[in-house]
Design a protein around this ligand. Sequence first.
Ligand SMILES: [Zn+2]
Length: 318
Amino acid sequence: MAGVLTVAGTAVAPGTRVRAAIEVRGCGYAVRMPVTVINGRGDGPVAAVIAGLHGAEYPCIETTIRLARRLDPHQVRGALIIVHVVNEPAFYGRTAYVNPLDGLNPNRVFPGSATGSISERMVRRVWEDVIAPADYLIDLHGGDIVEALVPFAAYTPSGNAAVDDVARRMAWAYGIPRVLEAEIPGSSMLAAARAGKPAVLAEAGGGGLLDEPSVATLLEGTERALAVAGVLPAAGVPSVSIGTPTKMIWHRAAHQGMFYPSIKVGDRVERGQVLGRICDVYGDVLTEVRSEASGDIIFLVTCPPVSPGDPLLAVGGT
Ligand SMILES: [Zn+2]
């Protein structure tokens, strides 16, 4: 990128940081997504950093706030487009997983639709205004308001070896020992990978909390990933060590009732081990949840009511 960069109708001169907004109207709603654009002085790539596709994941949103405030435009080579909260209705509505306006999970409808429901329209604008003009995507998440989680990073193989090499190094640059190779239908990461862009997802925190260790994990990791992408200087950044990718095995509820886990997030478990039970609201046991794999508990639903198909937990193993 060289020269003036225009994002969502706002022109950003080289060497400046400008606040903008993506406004989406349709289906009887008006939604506003806050954006910061940092246009560097020199030529270079454009990176998109987005957070709050799930609006109750606060450490990732805080990460984008601090990143936008602390980066000096003169440090940036190319440009950074940061969306602080995509799913603003869920953010102010304290809603897990979905956009409360239409009940859709925004990270399952990429690349969106200009004529669809409000989540699809919002995602379409994020795609057109932020991700499509970028060379790299970083999508920040965490455990949702009903989940505890240990940090992980992920990337989606694109089929292009050069793109995948960069995405893999960006994911491992977070310094988190769990990196997944994941293909999540309708996710920002899959849509970006299919468009030939190195794309990563990083998750930390959960339970509706804003905690400093999770913010530090995401903020420092994002700066290292941006250094791998060439948008921030690589000087002083430790070299990235690549390990074995982790597989994530989701476990879902088979019944409606109260979920009583018998393990904590981060615990080591063995295949076949009882991880908890679901009881009806009279206390009768409906089912025991047994581990389908050996590994670590990566996320765990900590809010008791569950319905068939709801996620309960995921085991990460290699
Ligand atoms: Zn999320």
